[in-house]
Design a protein around this ligand. Structure first.
Ligand code: PEP
Ligand code: MG
Length: 768
């Protein structure tokens, strides 16, 4: 299936008309070429020349898929001819790789601004602004990509894309008739073993990993079903349960020793499942009626699976996986095996491949050898993924993995783009090895500047803070050199629990977080759930527009006891230490007042009980809902600080769903509209002496962060991996020059200021 993807309206014109008549004429000439003489290569050359001439394109190029999922430039009119058979792109690399990777047509009036744009100097394609490209498809397989490019910005009309698609069908035949490449390379259907292949999936944990496949097969077959002595079986079961508990306790301890607080949290929850009375009593009951311990465990699991299989709720599905994991563990303990992994026989660089996996199973493997994880089932919110992210292990979820991968196959897991290369060709391996090495070099460079001041070239100090949501993120605080935590998202622990954590559990958790952070500042954001992040134990019902729905502080204000409990826990945890709290999704001053009132009620409660209040208390809000922009004079005097949640602010300002790939990148936060909002906030907060920061994703992207500093932001909060790149950028930046440059940008009609700002950075030696 192909789909046309277009960037937002550009400022170029529609270009020369290409209509049905032009299309028919082009196709008639194409028929002549195909009916004429010449080799496959010669005919392809004629085809690209014809397309360029008839479509008045400055460039027409054809890329053909080679073994190993590499797209090779086979023919071009307009690019350097020396690049033919030399330029190669991986699937997923550049716009051509994007078209192949997604089997999707694109028509871009501003190709360099597309997130997948990759500049290849050898082709000399620098000056081309517009690009239309289509996949060359045969059956469901992508055989190559056909593109046209124009120097000027222009919008492609539908006929042009459709004509290219028709021609691509003809070129697909040329490729399939093996006239262009060796037949072996075009018969990859079904991935005969040993041929390279690529699996497209979902990115669940970022990063690149290379290694050998280790197939995780925890299922044990139960051979003996009926037991003669039920009491003896019960005893065996209890003993196995006991050893399983101690094994989980050992894991818990190991996680603590390694400073891994978040896996610890998750394992604790997991242990709770292991003690689930209902589950255990059903197993015991099955043993009492005559089954062996193994058969009883298996039967209860089959039963649970059958009862839950029709439920699609992701939380329930995750719980089902936890029970599957526990079942497998129990079966292993009943069989006398303590661990499913045999360290001695595992490769040094391993990529685990599993249908599904529990967090404890992942931790069973030697972390020093574990490079990546490929799951057939799972979601980013699953426990195993949370643990993997905490351990910096790239994860991709892709169906059919186990059918296509053999043990010890060479694999590359690309957790940034959600793809996996199976038995990759040597050049792909080399390209990835280079990418990994480059990443290491960069990390080394970031480590070198870690203890250097976070100050611009012209002496403006910028505070870099971290966005965290897991205890495991906190060690990054010291490691990254960030000044504090600008945003602590409190919802994650709520989401992995089976019920609402009580005040004591919350107090313990917040206390641990504060201990970990020590003297550095930390801002806790109250629960930001609801909409699509519904807690399983909270009843809300389906919503048509979850992002605009009953979420965040709206829930807290409607159920004050929930918010009060969280505030109470935060106040208790602070116990004489400073505390900063902010509320998400505030849309009006009255909402802030309502939330603030709850803080005051809890403060009074503390003092009536003789408990010490925090040594200092700062209460602020996030600015995510545009309505607040018109209430700043009434709002700001009430605030201790304000933090811009640009992820939601962008979505609400442009009415563009941040979770929908069709709209999430349609508007650019580096647009005059957004930057005007930011400038206004800088001015108003300055006037009211309210400290201002930003904690949306844009603060962590070097070019965006540069613009924010140019607008006047001095505190940026970002995820840990962004600290190095942003600090490198700001240490090379002259703010005064940027301010001057940006003063002329706010009132323009640009769709995006990204190109202009990038040019500024290039011209002024700013490292982005
Ligand atoms: C934001 O909206 O920018 C933000 C930081 O909050 P979240 O991404 O958690 O919605
Ligand atoms: Mg938000």
């Amino acid at each position: 299936m192909t789909e046309t993807l277009e960037t937002a309206a550009g400022d170029g014109g529609a270009g020369p008309r290409f209509d049905g008549t032009s299309s028919r004429r082009l196709l008639a000439r194409l028929r002549d070429i195909m009916a004429g003489s010449g080799s496959g290569q010669e005919r392809l050359d004629k085809i690209v020349t014809l397309i360029a001439a008839e479509m008045k394109a400055d460039v027409c190029s054809c890329y053909v898929m080679r073994a190993g999922e590499v797209l090779e430039l086979f023919s071009t009119e307009g690019l350097n001819k020396t690049a033919v058979h030399n330029t190669r792109l991986r699937v997923g690399e550049g716009i051509v790789g994007y078209i192949a990777g997604h089997a999707r047509s694109v028509a871009l009036d501003n190709a360099p601004s597309h997130p997948s744009f990759a500049y290849r100097p050898e082709t000399g394609e620098d000056p081309f602004q517009s690009l239309a490209g289509v996949p060359i498809l045969r059956g469901s397989k992508v055989r190559g990509v056909l593109v046209i490019q124009h120097k000027d910005r222009r919008r492609y009309v539908e006929e042009e894309v459709e004509t290219l698609q028709t021609i691509a069908m003809v070129v697909a035949e040329l490729v399939a008739q093996s006239e262009l490449v060796n037949p072996v390379e075009v018969t990859t259907t079904g991935d005969p073993v040993l041929l390279p292949a690529r699996l497209s999936g979902t990115a669940m944990s970022a990063g690149l990993a290379m290694g050998l496949a280790v197939i995780h097969r925890p299922q044990l077959t139960v051979r003996q079903m009926v037991a003669e002595d039920a009491d003896a079986e019960l005893e065996r079961f209890n003993a196995a349960l006991q050893t399983m508990h101690s094994a989980i306790d050992d894991l818990l301890e190991a996680a603590s020793l390694a400073g891994l607080s978040e896996p610890r949290d998750i394992l604790e929850t997991y242990r709770m499942f292991a003690e689930d009375r209902g589950w255990l009593s059903r197993i015991r009951e099955a043993i009492r009626v005559g089954l062996t311990a193994e058969a009883a465990v298996q039967q209860v699991q089959n039963d649970t699976r059958a009862r839950m299989s029709h439920l699609t709720d992701p939380y329930i599905r995750e719980r089902l996986m936890d029970f599957e994991d526990l079942t497998n563990r129990l079966l292993q303990h009943l069989a006398g095996k303590t661990s499913g992994t045999d360290g001695a026989t595992l490769p040094d660089d391993m990529i685990l491949v599993a249908r599904s996996m529990g967090p404890a199973e992942l931790l069973d493997y030697d972390r020093t050898r574990l490079r990546g994880l490929l799951l057939e089932e799972g979601s980013p919110a699953s426990h195993v993924c949370i643990v993997a992210r905490a351990l910096n292990i790239p994860v991709v979820q892709a169906g059919d993995a186990l059918n296509r991968i053999e043990a010890l196959d060479q694999l590359i897991v690309d957790g940034d783009h959600g793809q996996v290369f199976i038995r990759p060709a040597e050049d792909i391996q080399m390209a990835f090895a280079e990418a990994v090495a480059l990443q290491h070099r960069k990390e080394q460079m970031y480590a070198e500047i870690r203890n250097l001041p976070s100050v611009t070239r012209d002496g403006v100090p910028i505070s870099i803070q971290l966005n965290c949501g897991l205890l495991i993120d906190l060690p990054h605080l010291k490691a990254s050199g960030a000044e504090g935590v600008g945003l602590y998202r409190t919802e994650i622990p709520f989401m992995v629990r089976a019920s609402y954590p009580d005040v004591k559990a919350q107090t313990d958790l917040y206390g641990r977080i504060m201990d970990e952070v020590g003297d550095r500042p930390i801002v806790f954001r109250t629960l930001d759930v609801g909409g699509d992040k519904m807690l399983p134990y909270m009843t809300g019902g389906e919503e048509e527009n979850p992002a605009l729905g009953w979420r965040a502080v709206r829930i807290g204000l409607d159920h004050p006891s929930l918010l009060r409990q969280q505030l109470r826990a935060l106040l208790l945890a602070a116990a004489g230490r400073p505390l900063s709290v902010m509320f998400p999704m505030i849309a009006e001053v009255a909402e802030f007042d309502g939330a603030r009132r709850l803080v005051d009620l809890e403060l009074r409660r503390l003092s009536s009980q003789g408990i010490a209040p925090p040594s200092s208390l700062r209460v602020g809000t996030m600015l995510e809902v545009p309505s607040l922009l018109w209430q700043l004079p009434a709002l700001l005097p009430k605030l201790d600080f304000l933090s811009v949640g640009s992820n939601d602010l962008t979505q609400y300002l442009f009415a563009a769903d941040r979770g929908n790939p069709r709209t999430s990148t349609r508007y650019d936060p580096l647009s005059p509209a957004m930057l005007c909002v930011m400038r206004r906030l800088v001015d108003e907060c300055g006037r009211h002496k309210v400290s201002l920061s930003i904690c949306g994703e844009m603060a962590g992207r070097p070019l965006d962060a540069m613009a924010l500093i140019g607008v006047g932001f001095r505190t940026l909060s970002m995820s840990p991996p962004s600290v190095g790149p942003v600090k490198t950028m700001l240490r090379s930046l002259d703010v005064a020059a940027l301010r001057q440059y940006m003063s002329g940008l706010y009132t323009g009609a640009d769709h995006s200021l990204r190109d202009k700002l990038r040019t500024f950075a290039k011209d002024h030696g700013v490292i982005i």
